[in-house]
Every structure is written in C-alpha cells, then in structure tokens.
Design a protein around this ligand. Structure first.
Ligand code: 5AD
Ligand code: SF4
Length: 512
C-alpha cells in the first residue's frame, strides 16, 4: 500500500457487522485487521538497512518531553528502548512523570485480559492529564494496538487518545507524530502485515550493564491460545552479522550481559536464505566468542531445541546456565489442543538431554491452568510434571481467552472457582520448589552482576547470579556497580538471596 492509499480513509474496508468509527476522527486511519495478521504468504522478508530520521522531522521534539509506560514482556521493554531512541533523535527529552510530559505513550501487552484491563484503567486515569494540559499527545502502541476490538473500544470510549500505532509501525513514529501535530486529529496507523526487519533504529537503553538484543521477530507457532502470532507477525530473523555487530558494539561499550530476544528464539535462522545452515546454536556459538561476559536468551520453544544448541550451551563459558523452557501443561491431550506439538514424554526427554550435558542447569517454565475443559486429572499431570522436572521457578497463569484465537471459540466447562483453585495449588508447589532451590545456596559463593542498589535500601546492592537468582548484598562502596562480583550467601529467602561482597571478578574487562 502506498502513502496516498494509506492516507485515504475511504479505502479502508470495515467488517460489515462492525460500527464505522470514522466519524470520530481522522486524518490518517489505518486500523488493524486480525484476519490479515494471521496470513502467512510466501513473500520474502524485506530487510531495511537505511533507517534514518527524515530531515523534515528533525527538531520535532525540541522543548518537548516524553513519558512511556511499558507493559508485558521483554520484547516490549526493548521496543520501548527503540521508541525512546526515535523520540530522543527527534529532540524530545525523557521525563519520569506524566505531569510535565508533552507525549505520553502506553506500550501495551495483549497476552491476557487482565493485562489489557490495566491499560484501559491507565488510559482512563490519563483523562485528568489531558484536562490539565489539552496539548498533550496520548498514544497507545504495542500489541493491543494490533487488535481491532481494542482500537474500536478506544475510539468509542476513550476520546483522550490521540495516536494509535502498531508493532510494525514503530519506525513510522516521526511521521505519525508530525501528522498528529499538523492535523490536530486522531492518527491511527496499524499495519496488519507479516512484517519486515528494520535495522539501524536508534535505541536509548535502560542502564549500562545489561542489554536486550533482538535476534528475531514474530511467531509462526500459532499455539491455539496465543495472540502473539497475530500481533507480532511472522517469524523473521535478523542477519547474523547485524546481530554480532550489535553485540560487539555493546561489549566494547562495557555492557556485561546481553539477552538474545525473540518470541520463539529456537526458530532463529529457519527463514534466512543463506547458502549454509545457521541456527540458534550457531548464533550462540558466535556470540559466545565475542567479549561479552554473560549471554542469555529468551524465550524458547521445546520443539526446535536442537542438539547443536545443547552442545553449544554446554561449552560456552559465557553462556549462562539458565534455560526458560515454557511447558504450558503436563497433559498430552491439553498439549495437543494447545497446539504445542510435543508430548509430555518428549518434553521430559529434552530435559534429560539438556541435563546430561549441563547437569547444573537451572530450568524455569511457563504454565497455563484452566484451559478450556481441562479436567482435574489433566491438571494433576501438570503438577506431577512440575515435580518430575523440579523447575526452579515458574510463571503461572489462568487461561485467558483472546479474541481471534482458536481457543477463544472453544466451549469451556471449567468454573472460574476451579481455575483459581488450580492456580493456587500450582503456585504453592512453585513456591515450595523456588524456596528449595534457593535454600541450597546457604554459605555458598555465587557470581553476581551488580546492577545497582537494592529497591529498598541504598546501602545494599543487587544483581543476578549466573542462574538468574536475585541477590541483595552488602559491599564497602559503589565500586561494585556494573561489575561481576563474588558474593558469599548469608541468608536464603523465598524469592531471593542475601549475601556479603567478597571480591570483584572482572575488573580488567570493565576497564578495557
Ligand atoms: N492465557 C493465559 N496465558 C497465556 N500465555 C500466553 N497466552 C495466554 C493466554 N491466552 C502465557 C504462556 C506464555 C506466556 C508468555 O504467557 O504461558 O508462555
Ligand atoms: Fe505464543 Fe506459542 Fe508463539 Fe509462544 S510459541 S509466542 S506461546 S504462539
């Protein structure tokens, strides 16, 4: 679609049964469409290497401030860093409060209904900000912006929102803001496409110690409950060299840890048309050969967890011994209905293979309870799987129907009370295992990347171990911040460890 078409609101086709909201606005109106978002064509991914801020937009933000609130996963956290990068390049300054902001953006998450409700609550709260300052621009972006029902609801009930842009439109933010200022009307630009790869976007990273590095975008797994393949487009990998350049640059700037990011990182490389095979294992090996002291990756799907990857993880010293491996359920029938494409036995076999090569690895997972028609016996299978693996921690959720996904159309005979009850029982087990895993650290020595002071006390420092355990520790002074230090554990708690600083481990690297 070209620019002219995009600007022509009359070309937008709406589903018949939907009300036409175009009366409420609009200069630019390009709403999302879940049916288009689901499509997966044969067209090759386009790589755009030449992003730059157009001359006519430079200085757009001069004398203006921006505030971004981020909801949801690490992908969103990193998108916020890109949005902040673009706004900063436009001349905006960051502010920590909505009170003195000229642009307020909510970077939203659509994964569960309660995530969406939080956002609607916040948009409601922002009404008074708009009343105090009618000039402020309020924007909604991220995964919720990709949903037709959300855009319609905002247009109908939240007149204080000025701009809505989708996950494929982040690089268009300069145009969108310019349009909003010029037209003084609502601007909605949400492309429901499979997606491109756009390189060289500016980023303002939070903190100078740990960095997120995108390795791929989108998801083609279409687990039956999940909205992500609709909101984030198809699986598309960045070129290995672009990723490695970014990692080398971060290492040279003193970053101590990177996390390779993707919705489903184990599919990395499948879509690349290279003359040779190159998968996540190959990428991890190449990343491990850079100077970055710590490397993590998230999120994994058990389906494509290759032997090559296990081998590389077992040997790379800077590859952290923690794998987050969402299982979702321990019952084969539920896994099948979820579209996860592995069985309980296959998952356990994979865990066995990983542990054979990495006996010390920490495994964590995601679990959904109360899937449509899940029986008590099926839920029990999830509990026994949890015990069998002995996960060190889990993120647990009650199933939340998402419009447009296959599961949302399923009849469901499980009561809300049963779902809550199952979540509680699972959480009790999770807490028990988490505490048990932490209790083993009493009087042990661990390596901690110190990120700063603890949330509660300025004289206590905080960071994570190789296996992602939170440690709060005392140290003589601020010199530990940004360094990997040895800490002796003096107390173990339910969700964290307490300790005392022993010595700095990577002094030379930081100064290099
Ligand atoms: N309802 C509940 N939990 C969900 N997740 C994804 N979609 C849903 C849903 N519709 C959970 C999965 C996933 C994690 C990021 O969120 O466990 O791994
Ligand atoms: Fe959602 Fe499944 Fe893709 Fe993960 S792998 S983002 S749960 S569809």
């Amino acid at each position: 679609m070209n620019e002219e078409q995009r600007l022509d609101a009359s070309k937008v086709t709406q589903k018949k049964e939907e009300k036409d909201y175009s009366q409420y606005f609009q200069h630019v109106y390009q709403p999302p469409n879940l049916r288009d978002a689901r499509r997966r064509g044969k067209a090759e991914v386009e790589y755009h290497m030449d992003f730059e801020i157009d001359e006519r937009f430079k200085g757009l933000g001069k004398g203006r401030k921006f505030f971004i609130r981020t909801y949801g996963c690490q992908m969103n956290v990193h998108d916020t860093e890109v949005i902040a990068g673009i706004l900063t390049a436009l001349g905006y300054e960051h502010t920590d409060t909505t009170d003195d902001a000229d642009v307020i953006l909510l970077n939203t998450c659509a994964i569960r209904e309660n995530a969406e409700n939080k956002v609607f609550g916040e948009i409601g709260n922002l009404k008074h900000v708009k009343q105090n300052n009618p000039e402020v621009l309020i924007g909604v972006c991220g995964c919720m912006a990709q949903e037709e029902s959300v855009v319609n609801k905002i247009l109908k009930s939240y007149q204080n929102v000025d701009i809505i842009f989708g996950t494929h439109n982040i690089h268009r933010l300069p145009n969108i803001l310019d349009e909003a200022y010029m037209s003084k009307e609502k601007v909605i630009e949400v492309w429901s496409k499979e997606g491109d790869v756009i390189e060289n976007l500016p980023k303002v990273r939070e903190g100078g110690t740990k960095a997120w590095v995108n390795i791929m975008y989108g998801c083609d797994k279409f687990c039956t409950y999940c909205i992500v393949p609709f909101t984030r487009g198809k699986e598309r990998s960045r070129m290995p060299e672009d990723i490695l350049d970014e990692v080398r640059d971060l290492a040279a700037r003193g970053y101590q840890e990177i996390t390779l990011l993707g919705q489903n990182v184990n599919s990395y490389g499948k879509d690349l048309n290279l003359d040779y095979n190159y998968d996540l294992g190959d990428l991890m090996r190449d990343v491990s050969e850079t100077d970055i002291p710590r490397v993590r990756f998230t999120t994994s799907h058990p389906w494509d967890f290759t032997d090559n990857l296990i081998e590389v993880l077992a040997t790379g010293e800077n590859l952290m011994p923690h794998i987050h491996l969402p299982v979702q359920s321990g019952n084969n029938d539920v896994l099948k209905i979820m579209g996860r494409k592995y069985t309980r036995e296959e998952y356990l076999e994979l865990v066995g293979k990983i542990r054979d090569r990495m006996p010390e690895v920490a495994l964590t997972t995601d679990i959904i309870v109360g899937y449509p028609n899940e029986t008590e016996e099926q839920f029990q299978d999830t509990l026994t799987l949890y015990q069998e693996v002995g996960f060190e921690h889990a993120y647990t959720y009650i199933y939340s129907p998402r419009d447009g996904t296959p599961a949302a159309k399923m009849e469901d005979n499980v009561s809300d009370q049963d779902k809550k009850d199952r979540l509680q029982r699972l959480n009790r087990l999770v807490t028990h295992y988490t505490r048990d895993a932490l209790s083993k650290y009493q009087d042990e020595y661990v390596n901690v990347l110190c990120e700063g002071t603890s949330k509660k006390r300025d004289d206590v420092y905080a960071g994570y171990t190789d296996k992602s355990k939170l440690v709060n520790f005392t140290a003589p002074d601020d010199g530990v911040i940004g360094k990997i230090v040895k800490v002796k554990i003096t107390e173990t708690k339910n969700y964290s460890l307490m300790g005392e600083f022993v010595e700095v481990l990577n002094e030379e690297k930081v100064e290099a």
